[in-house]
Design a protein around this ligand. Structure first.
Ligand code: TXA
Ligand code: MG
Length: 346
């Protein structure tokens, strides 16, 4: 049976929290457990062990060419793992760690399991800003490989229940620290070249990065969903609910017309909207993803809302679009992927 440990979010010292000590022991035994971070729940394992990391790929059904992010709790762990820290990387660490920023470094050889890096000469590392995650990593004394704790292709988990829905009995346990805060994954920035390149938009915005390192390049394949992305994980279908999602680039009236046409065909139609526009639509299932006025609320509820459509067995979902500013860039990136890049013009 899979363990479900409930802990309070604000653990301060791992010694006094037996569940944290238990979870760390299980990691030392090369088993996998899920735990909360400030972005989404992660599925953690000893990043030095092929056996342990192999269990992550198996539980998630993840393609083996998609590398994992290594999580640390302490800046001293970095030296063991990476060849060198560029000036930009050092500034980004100062500004954003602990926090939702993954930095790609050139890795030291023969330290991490090759399964973590999927054979690449680089490794993604982050220090999560969540007391439970930090306490577990610290108590384990290990670098912890942790992808999002969902089955591959599903929306990432922002509650322990999402983890249980996807991975029950495929993993040793889940440490339940309540809902995660940010709701979309970390921003991935490649610092192995001459200047930083954003490979995945996430919790730290481009605007925030540019305040620290000046203009940053964004991997051009991200926007159009075309070309080979530099981040292997970005090429796979992701975040998709069971029903097909269509993004609507138009007015609310345009969206309602699309709904009406599909209803006339006898389909059960869902609408993904915002609190501001909830009352403007007529459809079988209408779900609000947050407040347009404050996109952090949309990021927080995005995956839960995508998952909630599966409970209502709609045949098709029409979704509003968001401005690609601030965390809106990460929201639109995930929505585009959930929609398989299908956009209908109004
Ligand atoms: O917020 C997060 O980052 C969450 C929490 C659990 O920390 N983790 C997460 O991991 O989103 P995952 O495995 O779902 O996504 C990792 C992303 C993938 O797109 C992967 O391809 C990319 O990071 N990545 C990892 N190592 C890389 C590397 N060496 N070079 C390029 N991309 C890399
Ligand atoms: Mg993921």
């Amino acid at each position: 049976m899979m363990k479900h440990w409930i802990v309070e979010r604000d653990v301060d010292n791992s010694e006094s929290y037996p569940h944290i000590v238990d979870a760390a022991k299980i990691l030392q035994q090369n088993e996998v457990i899920a735990f909360p971070t400030e972005t989404v729940y992660g599925l953690g394992a000893n990043a030095k062990s092929d056996t342990a990391v192999g269990k992550i790929f198996k539980a998630k059904g993840r393609p083996s060419d998609n590398p994992l992010i290594v999580h640390i709790s302490n800046i001293d762990q970095l030296e063991e793992l990476v060849e060198d820290v560029s000036g930009d990387a050092a500034n980004l660490i100062d500004a954003f760690w602990p926090g939702p920023l993954t930095i790609i470094f050139k890795n030291k050889e023969n330290v991490l399991s090759e399964k973590v890096t999927a054979g690449l000469p680089s490794v993604g590392i982050r220090m999560p800003d969540h007391p439970v995650a930090l306490a577990i990593i610290e108590a384990s004394g290990l670098p912890i490989a942790a992808p999002s704790a969902n089955r591959s292709g599903k929306p990432s988990p922002t509650t322990a229940q999402h983890v249980i829905d996807d991975l029950e009995d495929l993993i040793a346990g889940v440490v339940d620290g309540g809902e995660t805060g940010i709701g979309v994954e970390s921003t991935v920035v490649d610092c192995t070249g001459t200047s930083p390149i954003v490979l995945r938009p996430g919790g730290v915005t481009i605007e925030q990065l540019e305040e620290v390192v000046g203009l940053v390049e964004v991997d051009p394949s991200l926007k159009e969903g075309k070309g080979a992305p530099k981040s292997p994980g970005m090429k796979y279908t992701h975040y998709a609910p069971d029903a097909p999602v269509y993004l609507v680039d138009g007015t609310r009236e345009d969206l309602q017309k699309l709904v009406d046409n599909k209803k006339a065909e006898g389909l059960k139609v869902g609408v993904l909207t915002t609190e501001e526009f909830m009352d403007d639509f007529e459809a079988d299932v209408i779900l609000s993803v947050g407040r347009r006025e404050d996109l952090t609320t949309v990021a927080r509820s995005l995956y839960d809302t995508l998952r909630a459509f599966n409970k209502s067995d709609v045949d098709i979902i029409f979704a509003e679009m968001f401005p690609e500013e601030g965390v809106g860039l990460a929201i639109m990136n995930r929505l585009q992927k959930a929609a398989g890049y299908r956009v209908v013009k109004g």
